[in-house]
Design a binder for this molecule. Sequence first.
Ligand code: ADP
Length: 562
Amino acid sequence: VREVLLERGWKEYDKRKREDSDWNLYWRGSEFHSSEYHSLLPWQRLNHHPKTAGITRKDSLVRNLRRMKATFGSALYNFSPTTFILPNEYTSFLAEYNKLLPNREQSVCWICKPVDLSRGRGIFLFRNMRDLVYNGSVVVQRYISSPLLISGYKFDLRIYVCVKSFHPLTVYIHQEALVRFATEKYNLSSLSNVFAHLTNTSINKCGPFYKTQKGQVGSGCKWTMSKFRYFLQNQNINELFLWQRINNIVTLTLLSITASVPDCPNCVELFGFDILIDSKFKPWLLEVNHSPSLALDCQTDLSVKKGLVSDLVDLMNYTDIDGLRGKTYQTQRNVQTCFNANISTPVPSLPKLKDHNFQQKNKKSSKMHQEKSKRHLPPIETLHWILGSYSKMNVVKTGLSSRQMKYNPQVTGVTNRDVAETQDEMENEVSSSVLGTQGRRSTFRPSTDSWRLPDIYRKRRRFHVQEAKPPIGQHVPPIRAGGFIRTFPFNPATLKASLVKLDVPVVIQELQKLTARVASGRRKETTGEEEEEDEDCFDSLLWGPEDPPLLSQWFNTKIKNT
Ligand code: ADP
């Protein structure tokens, strides 16, 4: 993250030189304390939403998915292996274990995982109850014993999901991801061999066969998703259906906590969903990681993760309001040079804001304002035209003050930064927040220089936007940002269902309709002229394929009548 941000022109926060609020982005692996959400200023972002442990802790995930299963049916929520939380559910587990015992095949296995550990630590497999020895809180899960194998090696997918907002729910999945291989051949007769059964990189990179050529897998233990897509093309499956099912797992899992996550428009979160595909091409959810590793262990990591982080920064959509930080504190530094920053927490990153060229920048500001609309765009030239469905108009005018913009469970409808504020609005927001939060700044008024954007935009103008009017009064999140494809909301009905209070039954109904259509590969069977596309129509891309088509386009593609 640091590397990407520095390359993009950001500067790292230095507590000796800056005030304790003089930053834009605070990125850290661990959770934030609730007080840190309450004290956010309008230009400050955190890389975690509050209260997402409901899906990122193994035991909480089990509870939440169970609850959803009970409400919406086990046919829908059938993507998570049967799991028990021990010691509390020991009796239920024993009953299930015994139920499977009489007609037990070789393949009935269980996997035991500590609830709060990661990277494969403390995990073991067992068939016999007497081998279940645990200390502390664990989950015992039915082991998916017939995984899809490549050259005899097990693998799982690490899918990167960005929840830009929980209220309204706005989800993006990155097109690129990691395929993580075990480094020894899959073999059910040696359950204790972690190099054959666990796909964690932290384990397999220490394995004896890590560097060995392993059939189609090659050396190392990772593929990019692109390579996996290529592999899938040679399989006789409905590939789009597989992607849609993975997409559904992500949406249905997030739905389980959406109502309990407080609104925090200044937060964004990158989750790592671990998906195992079995030999029948059914995807299973293994777990959700709250800080997926962004470490660069190999070339594959480099090609996936650097683009991912860069796209994530694009997705955060830094707008004029974020640039106000620079002006606020530049003025502060001029007036009050001996400020004592009292910080005890790890240091965040912040955009680079040069101290010179104020006048010039002011002159350039209107040009920059136009340029600003060139964010969030796909790296693929040919997809420029699909970007018409969002623009700086994508805003619900709420008239909220900066105080309201801060973490506040009661406030809904604040767009998550897809906002082009007017200069007046921004100045009001900054002055009220500064005045409201820190009395000693009572004479401060931001000057017109506060329009300056962080330099990051100048380095990243790769793309072009075609502006289009969003549906009136609706918040329309960008269709994509680089490799991030918006997967929720995905059609006008889900957009509407998520605007005020998330209407889960409607969302589920729409998800089922979409899945059924993708499963059947149903296209329009017309022979006449193509229908005119409605420019303002809300649409999504089909997540998964390398060059994703618009959903509407995909469904409207004529089947050739022979
Ligand atoms: P951790 O947080 O420690 O990585 P995971 O739940 O992701 O824990 O499990 C680690 C690895 O164990 C997974 O990447 C996968 O290879 C394997 N695994 C976990 N659960 C199952 C399961 N139910 N069936 C098959 N393999 C599993």
